[in-house]
Design a protein around this ligand. Structure first.
Ligand code: F6P
Length: 463
């Protein structure tokens, strides 16, 4: 059976905080003798052209270092100051420095050169996320004939936002060098198709790129999931129970409203706290009866827009505290640090409301994990943004427009007032959907489509 080679910007980390993706792909890699390739997280003056192998929690990982200059242009610059905001339809937060594209390309070339000597002809390569759109082009230029798939973890932008990205035509052409392109949601495939079929020919007229040939590249939705049963087990683990007990003592009977997100402007954190503020302002009966906990580990903090979001959140949380706190009651707690999955599972289980309101999100796995961790006898309520990919799956959540803080405040009221039979009914259907869209089936579906048994390893693609 062909080996599977996973490529992503970051390779999985050690320990219990390792992401669901790493956990899901670990078994696939172990069974097929593959490895995971990516950046080591280290910045050095002169990176070795060769990748170094390591074993991380039993997973074989090959890593390369980056120069500080390339990290700035490729990661902080093109990937996270141009692609990230544009793909999330936040052109107002994009900083466009066209020269970053050279660094982005350079790192993709560096990845391809370091990866190529490690490949066998029938290896199947699965590339993850927006940092590495050009990787298949780079590998094919070097002669790789393997089956190569790409999965976009974030939303695909509308045509207008795509036009705002320097070199978007090359990026579209790069996508056409993959055998399979996977997206999170149907809306992403629709946006992609619209650009590829209707917009691209006129934009490309007169340019050296006459067309974007998607003839042999299949583009399809593969919604990622979590392992809800594992989250259910985790929520009953000693670490989760310890967290639950700690929180129960401090909550003293108040109902918990919980948000867990990287501190990122796409997550809609200021809007979320504003909605909570409206709940307290419009419904005095909830004061002293509820508590909001927002866990927000800092992210990409070398980028100005992330610092601004953090400052904005500090200001709005301070405002809500000043407005509603009393000497013996605080309306909210805001924690800027990361927790391991067992502690998070405990928090999810305790929370009467899981508040997942990104302004735009590829999928949002917090929604999946929150559902998995609930107590079937007394489940909480999921409030979910219509603009998260997860909204295509979880119709039984309370769906909200996160920009409309009145609507979110009303959803909070509904969730807090919801009776037990209704909570159970909704949760049972949500859990069914979470199980149906689990991460193991997701990776299997993608890999089966990328390399069905009959074509795996034939290496027939023209270059
Ligand atoms: O979900 C998008 C994503 O960029 C992932 O690829 C990544 O693991 C995560 O967000 C965290 O981002 P970063 O690697 O920039 O800290």
């Amino acid at each position: 059976m062909s080996r599977i080679i996973i490529v992503s910007n970051r390779t999985p980390g050690k320990g219990p905080a390792a992401g669901g993706l790493a956990v899901a792909l670990r078994d696939t890699l172990a069974a097929r003798e593959g490895f995971w390739f990516g950046w080591s997280g280290k910045l050095v003056d002169e990176p070795s052209p060769k990748a170094k192998f390591d074993s991380i929690d039993g997973l074989s990982v090959a890593q390369v270092d980056l120069t500080r200059e390339d990290y700035q242009a490729y990661y902080a610059g093109f990937s996270n100051s141009i692609l990230w905001p544009s793909f999330h339809l936040r052109l107002d937060l994009a900083t466009i420095e066209a020269h970053w594209y050279e660094g982005y390309r350079r790192v993709n070339t560096q990845f391809a050169r370091a990866l190529l000597p490690l490949l066998k002809p029938d290896d199947i390569i699965w590339v993850h996320d927006y940092h590495l759109i050009p990787l298949a082009s780079e590998l094919r230029q070097l002669g790789a004939r393997n089956r190569i798939g790409f999965y976009l973890h974030i939303p695909f932008p509308t045509s207008d936002a795509l036009y705002a990205i320097p070199h978007h035509q090359e990026l579209m052409r790069d996508l056409s060098r993959y055998d399979l392109v996977g997206m999170q949601a149907n809306r992403d495939v629709t946006a992609f198709t619209e650009f590829a079929e209707h917009q691209a020919p006129s934009t490309l007229a007169g340019s050296p790129l006459k067309s974007v040939d998607f003839g042999r590249t299949e583009v399809a939705a593969f919604p990622i999931g979590s392992d809800p049963d594992a989250f259910a087990r985790l929520a009953a683990s000693p670490a989760a129970i310890k967290m639950i007990k700690r929180m129960e003592r401090s909550l003293n009977g108040q109902q918990l409203i919980l948000g867990v997100d990287r501190l990122d402007y796409s997550k809609g954190l200021p809007q979320r706290v504003e909605a909570y503020e409206k709940l307290l302002a419009n419904n005095t009966r909830f004061r002293r009866e509820v508590h909001m906990l927002q866990v927000a580990p800092p992210s990409r903090d070398s980028i100005k827009e992330y610092k601004q979001t953090s400052d904005e959140l500090d200001a709005i949380c301070g405002r809500v505290m000043g407005r509603f706190a009393e000497p013996d009651w605080q309306p909210l707690t805001y924690v800027k640090r990361a927790y391991g999955q067992p502690s998070l599972a405990g928090l999810y289980r305790l929370a009467r409301v899981g508040l997942v309101t990104p302004l735009r999100d590829g999928m949002n796995l917090v929604a999946h994990e929150y559902i998995g961790a609930q107590d079937p006898a007394d489940p909480g309520v999921l409030i979910l943004s219509r603009f998260a990919g997860a909204a295509e799956i979880f119709e039984d959540a309370i769906l909200v427009n996160p920009f409309d803080t009145d609507e979110t405040a009303e959803a909070l009221r509904m969730a807090l007032d919801m009776d037990l039979p209704e909570r159970q009914r909704r949760w049972q259907r949500l859990m069914k959907a979470a199980k149906k869209h689990n991460v193991e089936d997701w990776s299997k579906a993608f890999l089966d489509r990328l390399a069905p048994a009959s074509t795996a390893g034939t290496g027939t693609r023209d270059i």
